[in-house]
Design a protein around this ligand. Structure first.
Ligand SMILES: Nc1nc2c(ncn2[C@@H]2O[C@H](COP(=O)(O)OP(=O)(O)OP(=O)(O)O)[C@@H](O)[C@H]2O)c(=O)[nH]1
Length: 351
């Protein structure tokens, strides 16, 4: 449903760096006047609380690699060098990466020697302790506070195409709406018309407005207009979905940097969430490094953890990027997004 086109010509809103061509942004339902009222979602949204708990079963495949393999080895008692090599291989196979693997093995060896491990339960406890330590429970993981004294929190969602950016933006909107926040979505992926359509559909379902531009419009202008509208109408959060595919990688990065700079002319960007597909392993880390050079990534969303036997990628992301994993995608369903909790995650791996 396309209604209430917004006059957002370049003179009105486009900042100097933005494209001078008319961005032709429009607002997609729910239609409102000057104030963005929390429109009723068109479908029921599951409460955010206890999501990871409900979604635990989805980590089943990761569990079979890490949990069963390691517990079997460690629970057997005194380990010879061959067994330690197997432990190492199991961790590497689960995508923990070599640095984390070395660290985990060193800690396990030391603690097994000093405390002794004789039963599977003791092995599980020790393994849990070491893995949780590796995930740095002290890291700040919440998506930054949504109270900004009269201005919306601005969240930029970035990542390469297909990782699940649009889906994650939509799911996040639902979580926030379920928590009582008024959300506005900005479809700054103007490279692919279907992406804006997809986001607007998520918005309608969650009860959030979507500001979007015509295919090929300047993404920075669309993002700027979305934040402007969100600020003027007093929403709690503006979530900006960005493009993941351009003709060249340099173009993509330049565009993302520009979107952020242009938005920052009127509001601080509170959160840059980098969406990584957990099934891509090492590739995801390479992407993360490249994105990190262009924008300060404040948190990672690891998607498709339901579809991989390599949940260990979480450890690598954390260690190599020094950025907390804040959210995990555990399915294609609209409510399959959960906050990342190290203890609960490790428990799911070892269950
Ligand atoms: N199994 C599973 N699938 C997911 C998850 N998150 C997203 N997907 C699927 O991944 C596919 C790509 O998701 P999109 O949200 O379109 O990805 P995108 O990054 O926005 O892609 P572009 O718009 O092309 O840049 C879709 O089929 C989603 O349903 C997840 O956590 N688990």
């Amino acid at each position: 449903m396309l209604d209430e086109p917004v006059a957002a010509g370049p003179q009105a809103t486009a900042p100097p760096e933005a494209d001078t061509a008319s961005p032709d942004t429009e607002v997609v339902a729910p239609p409102t006047g000057d104030t963005v009222a929390p429109a009723a979602p068109t479908e029921e949204i599951a409460p955010a609380e206890g999501r990871l708990e409900r979604l635990r079963g989805r980590l089943g495949r990761s569990r079979s690699t890490l949990g069963q393999g390691l517990l079997g080895l460690l629970g057997a008692g005194d380990l010879d060098e061959d067994s330690w090599e197997e432990v190492e291989d199991t961790l590497l196979l689960a995508d923990l990466g070599s640095a984390t693997t070395q660290q985990v093995v060193a800690k396990l060896r030391e603690r097994i020697a000093s405390r002794g491990v004789r039963t599977p339960d003791q092995a599980r406890e020790l393994l849990r302790e070491v893995l949780v330590e590796e995930l740095g429970p002290q890291m700040e993981r919440s998506v930054r506070a949504l109270s900004h004294d009269g201005r919306p929190a601005v969240v930029l969602v970035a990542g390469v195409n297909g990782t699940g950016k649009t889906t994650t933006t939509g799911k996040l909107a639902r979580v926030l709406v379920a928590d009582g926040f008024v959300v506005l979505l900005g479809a700054a992926d103007t490279f692919r018309a279907a992406a804006a359509e997809q986001l607007a559909t998520w918005g309608e379902r969650a009860g959030a407005e979507t500001v979007r531009g015509r295919e090929g419009a300047d993404p920075a202008s669309v993002a700027f207009d979305a934040v402007k509208r969100g600020t003027e109408s007093g929403v709690d959060a503006v979530l900006l979905d960005t493009a993941g595919r351009l003709h060249t990688k340099t173009g993509l990065m330049d565009e993302l940097g520009k979107v952020k700079r242009v938005v920052e002319r009127q509001a601080e960007v509170d959160e840059v969430l980098l969406v990584l597909d957990a099934t891509t392993g090492q590739n995801g880390l390479t992407q993360a490094r490249v994105f990190g050079e262009v924008v300060d990534v404040t948190g990672v969303v690891l998607t498709k953890l339901d579809g991989t036997a390599k949940g260990g990628i979480v450890f690598q992301v954390q260690r190599e990027l020094g950025v907390p994993v804040k959210l995990v995608g555990l399915g294609e369903g609209p409510d399959d997004l959960a906050p990342f909790e190290p203890e609960a995650f490790v428990d799911a791996l070892l269950r």
